[in-house]
Design a protein around this ligand. Structure first.
Ligand code: HEC
Ligand code: HEC
Length: 199
């Protein structure tokens, strides 16, 4: 992306951020239309992925997509206490299965987040420590994204209820930026403009 385009994206993002602020103080996600002024389609696509990157690099997502074998907790992404591990299927070792603590829904009195499918993303889907450009390359690679086409990501990010937990994370946790619907709209627009990755 050229310097001019990069500058434009920065201005647009700042503009979009000024348009709305969610209840927790996280700026909303920019809508796909706010990138219309970028004439080059690949640059526009990449700019939309960069905006989506604010979600993908958020601790609500990365804590479940860690580089190692242990999940992370909280906005500081500290190592999970007690020291649980992913195990063979991502649901934990035999002695400490995720579901023994993580129930079907958040349990706020105990600060325990919940969902019926609560488990770690497989190691090849780790995002911890990656740049947004690296996550983009990985998320497009069927060998590292669970065999998905980019089109499948529209539904997965926009509608999957485990992903959706990140916007309703329960007691004391900062939700992912914007709404799941806005994130889904960005993915759809990114795909329809050729799913280009930022540099
Ligand atoms: C012994 C109980 C227990 C087990 C077993 C357990 N967890 Fe947790 N987990 C917790 C508690 C309690 C918290 C909330 C800690 C806090 O934020 O104060 C938590 C928080 C988390 C978070 C943090 C969410 C966020 O963004 O802040 C993730 C991710 C997580 N657990 C994943 C897992 C996974 C994956 C497994 C299975 C491999 C697992 N946990 C097994 C008790 C457990
Ligand atoms: C509770 C743990 C958990 C949380 C929180 C979580 N994920 Fe995942 N994620 C998973 C698991 C498990 C898989 C593997 C599911 C599969 O392939 O069927 C996965 C797979 C994915 C994939 C497909 C593979 C890839 O890397 O391309 C995407 C995209 C994804 N997650 C997006 C997100 C986003 C965006 C967030 C935050 C808004 C998020 N996830 C939060 C557990 C989690």
């Amino acid at each position: 992306m050229g310097a001019v385009a990069a500058l434009t994206v920065g201005m647009l993002t700042a503009y979009a951020a000024a348009q709305g602020t969610s209840t927790k103080g996280e700026p909303d996600l920019a809508a796909p239309q706010s990138f219309d002024a970028i004439p080059d389609q690949a640059a526009r696509s990449a700019a939309m992925f960069s905006e989506l990157g604010r979600v993908l690099t958020h601790p609500r997502c990365v804590n479940c997509h860690p580089a190692g074998d242990r999940p992370r907790q909280g906005d500081q992404a500290r190592l999970h206490q007690p020291p649980v591990e992913r195990g063979a299927d991502g649901h934990g070792l035999t002695a400490m299965r995720c579901a023994s603590c993580h129930k079907d829904a958040n349990f706020d009195p105990g600060r325990v987040p919940g969902h019926p499918e609560w488990h770690l993303a497989p190691r090849e889907m780790a995002w911890e420590g990656l740049s947004v450009a690296q996550i983009c390359a990985q998320i497009k690679d069927p060998a590292r994204n669970g065999g998905r086409k980019v089109e499948d990501l529209v539904h997965h990010i926009g509608e999957d209820t485990l992903v959706g937990w990140a916007w309703h994370p329960g007691f004391g946790r900062t939700p992912a930026p914007g709404t799941q619907k806005q994130a889904g709209a960005l993915v759809a627009a990114w795909v329809s403009t050729g799913a280009a990755c930022p540099q």
